[in-house]
Ligand binder design. Structure first.
Ligand code: PMP
Length: 425
């Protein structure tokens, strides 16, 4: 099967990009900015259903980004849509929270072993910033340890960009290396008696970097440092939360945090984040002033209650793992058949795809373009996400297109090879 890239010159996507460039700086912002979207990928979408998304020009793709994480049950999951719609019909943004706030906090406390309470926000950045604020408020200390290269949000204390950020914004951050106990020990020593928090991601999922699961020795060391000093162990479960373990991603290594930030998958695409905490930080959570105009809206919380119910009922994490394993094995086997070396690192439900000897992910990009032309939406630098809508049938359809994409990449490699050989002579 061959697939020629569509002519996008007069597509709605191209026209929207042109209009956006006039009124939206850079044409788009943040991780969705035009320059960050792989060449040939659509920028604009019109809808999604199950495991598929549709771009504004009407092309459908099997979606392995799941909206960069939020979609865990599939786009527009009917049971979630029904409860969210019911609240939207009554009103979403009211003079106070709806009863869903209490139901959701109860559900989280029941589901997550470390949690004695929960607070809600909108974004992962809100949740992680709230965790740091609570850690400082609860300990009266200032230093916060974060892993080098880890992403915790796009706000001054942790944004990967230093543009518009002052040194003072990060004056009390100390960096360690994820999974490296010695570097953690050194950072704790540097903090002295001023340690407020150790912040750790659910697993190492830095952009375009081989992913690593947390090592038990590292997680235990972080826990022990916090127990000894009274600092808060803060788990950033924004990206991985509910996909790996409903009780929190470090349940897999038997370590419980004091505070944890969740977002992304919590409400299957509705805007919501949460901080869960234990009773040690309850007083701090009662006293600090953290809030936002939209942090109390009802429909996302109704959706989240339903998402948790479905994930527990349908054995979500185990099924996501199985789907991820089928996908990852299929991709690496297919790559090998076409003599490419591809690794899928990290947990199978949140895999990062990398080609060997491809430091800038250019080969990865060329491959993703071939897959896109065959109706499969992948990413060459960021980890991907599986959902419960990725049934065996959907994955096998995607894998068949992916096999064709590898074949096409192999053909372009052999077409290039003589040219490269000639240019060396
Ligand atoms: N922490 C992690 C681990 C994340 O992956 C993200 C988002 N990619 C954030 C925090 C920030 O979340 P948000 O983009 O919703 O602010």
């Amino acid at each position: 099967m061959t697939a020629t890239p569509p002519d996008l010159s007069n597509s709605l996507d191209t026209r929207l990009r042109g209009r956006a460039a006039q009124v939206i700086p850079g044409g788009m912002w943040g991780h969705m900015r035009a320059a960050a979207v792989p060449t040939g990928y659509p920028q604009f979408f019109s809808g999604g259903e199950g495991a598929r998304v549709r771009d504004v020009d009407g092309r459908d793709y099997i979606d392995f980004m799941c909206s960069w994480g939020p979609i865990i049950l599939g786009h527009r999951h009917p049971e979630v849509e029904a409860v969210a719609r019911a609240q939207l019909d009554l009103g979403d943004c009211l003079d106070g929270p709806t009863e869903h706030a209490v139901r959701l906090a109860e559900a989280l406390v029941e589901t997550i072993p470390h949690a004695d309470w929960a607070l809600f926000q909108k974004n992962g950045s809100d949740a992680m910033t709230t965790c740091v604020t609570l850690a400082r408020a609860g300990t009266g200390k200032r230093k916060v340890l974060v892993a080098k290269g880890a992403y915790h949000g796009a706000v001054p204390w942790c944004s990967p960009s230093v543009l518009g950020v002052t040194a003072e914004d990060r004056a009390h951050l100390i960096y360690y290396i994820y999974n490296d106990v010695e570097s953690l020990d050194a950072a704790v020593a540097e903090a002295g008696d001023d340690l407020a928090a150790i912040v750790a991601s659910a697993f190492k999922h830095d952009l375009a970097t081989h992913q690593q699961l947390p090592e038990e020795a590292f997680a235990l060391a972080a826990r022990a440092h916090c127990d000894r000093t009274g600092a808060a162990l803060v788990l950033d479960d924004v990206r991985a939360g509910f996909r790996l373990n409903l009780g929190g991603s470090w349940e897999t290594v038997g370590v419980r945090p004091d505070l944890a930030g969740y977002s992304k998958a919590i409400a299957n695409g509705y805007p919501l984040s949460a901080v869960t905490g234990n009773d040690r930080f309850r007083a701090a959570a009662e006293q600090v002033f953290v809030t936002g105009s939209f942090w109390y809206s009802g429909a996302p919380m109704a959706a989240a209650v339903k998402v948790l119910e479905i994930l527990a009922r349908d054995d979500g994490p185990a099924r996501l793992r199985a789907a991820g394993e089928r996908f990852c094995t299929g991709v690496t086997d297919s790559a090998a058949r076409h003599r490419f070396e591809v690794t899928m690192s990290g947990p199978p439900a949140i895999p990062l795809m990398q080609f060997a000897d491809d430091p800038e992910a250019k080969l990865g990009e060329a491959f993703c373009q071939q897959a896109l032309a065959r109706g499969v939406y992948l990413h060459n630098k960021h980890n991907m996400f599986l959902s419960l809508a990725h049934t065996d049938g959907v994955i096998d359809t995607a894998l068949s297109a992916i096999d064709d994409a590898f074949a096409a990449l192999a053909r372009s490699r052999s077409a290039d090879a003589p040219a490269r050989a000639r240019s060396r002579t």
